[in-house]
Design a protein around this ligand. Structure first.
Ligand code: NAD
Length: 289
């Protein structure tokens, strides 16, 4: 496996933006791709603001932040990934969309390019199945939100992933300042297999009137020593992402007990997606309002 210099991130949302930022700070040249120009503009703006905050807090020197920003480019043309040594996909949590993306990207990149996905729950083997001979270079690289803060990268091999690809991805995660821990390719891996059913259960408890959201979250914070309540965490992750993950668990583990709670689905249908849409379980008014 040749060394990694150029990183391409597809999807400039909450996760892609964070992954691109830490890769640039770690010294990699980074191309961020998204089909929505608005998302790219927000992502670029977010990079500037977050790094400016980090300078103020003394977490990074101005010269290093400026150099990181200089290593980032943004494009709405997917062909911009073609010179990447690794592509890290972070588009919506939908198997059809991800497979479409991998079948487009696999023939575009070089024969040594690693094809990583930041999926929270979808089978790596399934995503790899659309990439033909590139399937042995497909791997799960599951970062956590907010990416610059959270230490873990869950690394998931597909059935055909080559050991040198796994080794390169673990080394890359470590260069980005993360701790890489392996998990096997079962729906939800470890993190979401355990976390999401708990979040889903919190929606059931709210729906059934066991407690109002704030009380429910406070009980879990004070009683279970959670840093934030499960409904707060759902708002942070995105309610659409939570609902998608539950569907993937239900299908992948072949059990309806993992289906998303009707209230969670209803909030998503109403466009209440959490912090990213300004309203989820709780309201997030724009600054100043
Ligand atoms: P998001 O909605 O914030 O961002 C998704 C981005 O993908 C959007 O900017 C959208 O424009 C773009 N996109 C959609 N289809 C595209 C396409 N065909 N081509 C190019 N760009 C496209 O979502 P997110 O929260 O950043 O999640 C992204 C992925 O990361 C998902 O697979 C999710 O499960 C995973 N993930 C999310 C979290 C979390 O806490 N939010 C944590 C770990 C992993």
């Amino acid at each position: 496996m040749s060394s990694i210099n150029n990183v391409a991130v597809i999807g400039a949302g909450q996760m892609g933006g964070g992954i691109a930022q830490i890769a640039a700070v770690a010294g990699f040249t980074v191309t961020v791709c998204d089909s929505m120009p608005d998302a790219l503009a927000r992502c670029k703006d977010g990079h500037g603001k977050r790094l400016a905050r980090d300078i103020e807090k003394g977490k990074i020197r101005k010269a290093d932040a400026d150099a990181a920003l200089g290593r980032l480019t943004y494009s709405s043309d997917i062909a911009a990934v073609k010179n990447a040594d690794i592509v890290i996909e972070a588009v919506v949590e939908d198997a059809g969309v991800k497979k479409g993306m991998f079948s487009t990207v696999a023939p575009m990149v070089g024969p040594n390019c690693i094809l990583a996905t930041n999926t929270s729950s979808i089978s790596i083997t399934e995503i790899a199945s659309v990439t033909g001979a590139a399937a042995d270079r497909v791997i799960g690289m599951h970062f956590f939100y907010p990416v610059p803060v959270m230490k873990l990268v869950e690394v998931i091999n597909g059935l055909q992933t080559r050991p040198d690809v796994t080794k390169a991805v673990i080394a890359l995660a470590e260069k980005m300042g993360k701790t890489a821990i392996p998990a096997n390719d079962r729906a939800g891996f470890v993190s979401n297999r355990v976390l999401m059913p708990m979040i889903n259960e919190a929606f059931y408890a709210w729906m059934e009137g066991v407690a109002e959201p704030k009380h429910l979250d406070d009980i879990m914070k004070l009683g279970c020593n959670f840093p934030m309540g499960p409904l707060q965490l759902a708002d942070l992750i995105g309610l659409d992402t939570c609902a998608h993950i539950m569907e993937v668990l239900a299908d992948g583990l072949n059990s309806d007990r993992y289906r998303p709670c009707p209230l969670l689905k209803q909030l998503v249908t109403a466009g209440r997606l959490g912090q990213k849409s300004g309203r989820g379980v709780y309201d997030y008014p724009p600054a100043g309002k």
